[in-house]
Design a protein around this ligand. Structure first.
Ligand code: ZN
Length: 290
């Protein structure tokens, strides 16, 4: 039987909140007061799922699948322009799947797109670079914080990045273009900066700063790159980095990952899927009018 379906009926489990042993059928943890610490007998199964579940693979696979979907929804994206814009999903299809930014969030009320935009990419190079960074940084972050907390950091920092970028795009219109927020934005770079922020915090927390210094170096180089290149969402980078750093501080890498983190990580993934579904369902009528 799959691990998640194996229900434990007797004996003790590690409390999902505090990590002390509790009886699987106890109503409350005597140590921390958490209700239902045995999670109806599924706490142990959840713990195993958190360890085995390939969160990094989910992020990468999901991004690639949505990129393919964006091309198929509006095939005009296949042959656009020259070498660098070929195979680039159109604005229509990215809007439909949940692009974020000042226009979707503030003008169209699509606030949930701060959860979906990190899963979308504007072109093959954009997708390739971000997938390579996620492949590098997600396992590193998971080693420091555990795979479930990596997903929490990834999700929250993405939300912070797109929120900051949309706010800047809506309220700071007087800024020159390369300092401006985004009216329309997609890509995993906000959460990638979030993972970098989390690794920087891990380095500071441990006192041995080689890992943290390297991550900070990456963030600075990538960040500066954003001011040289055209159409890079610098506010999303900044918001992602700060958000990742702060949520990592809150999650504290000294403390072991708990089952509650696994539950929260799945809630994050469910929220992302729900945000994409909401984008499609509410976006179809909008596109039909134009
Ligand atoms: Zn407890």
């Amino acid at each position: 039987m799959p691990a998640l379906l194996r229900r434990q009926r007797t004996g003790s489990v590690v409390c999902p909140s505090c990590g002390k042993l509790v009886g699987v059928n106890d109503e409350k943890c005597l140590n921390c007061g958490r209700r239902n610490p045995g999670m109806w007998g599924f706490a142990q199964a959840f713990r195993r799922l958190g360890q085995d579940f390939g969160f990094a693979a989910v992020v990468i696979g999901g991004s690639i699948a949505l990129y393919a979907a964006a091309l198929l929804i509006d095939p005009a994206g296949f042959g656009r322009g020259g070498l660098f814009s070929a195979l680039s999903p159109t604005t229509r299809s990215l809007f439909l799947l949940g692009a974020s930014g000042a226009i979707p969030v503030f003008e169209l009320g699509r606030w949930w797109t701060v959860l979906s935009a990190a899963w979308l990419h504007g072109g093959p190079l954009h997708l390739l670079f971000n997938v390579l960074w996620v492949r590098q940084l997600a396992p590193e972050t998971a080693e420091a914080y555990g795979p479930a907390r990596m997903v929490i950091i990834y999700t929250v920092s993405g939300v912070c990045g797109f929120l900051l970028s949309s706010l800047a795009g809506h309220y700071l219109l007087f800024l020159p273009r390369f300092l401006g927020g985004a009216s329309f934005t997609v890509g995993a770079s906000a959460p990638i900066f979030g993972l970098l922020g989390a690794i920087v915090h891990y380095g500071r927390r441990r006192g041995s700063s080689v890992v943290g210094r390297q991550a900070l170096g990456y963030a600075v180089i990538l960040g500066l790159f954003g001011f040289v290149m055209r159409d890079i969402d610098n506010w999303a980078h900044l918001g992602g980095f700060v958000g990742g750093y702060l949520v990592a501080r809150w999650l504290d890498p000294w403390l072991p990952e708990r089952v509650d983190h696994v539950v929260a990580a799945f809630a994050c993934l469910v929220a992302a899927v729900a945000a994409i579904a909401a984008s499609v369902l509410t976006g179809l009528p909008v596109l039909a009018q134009r």
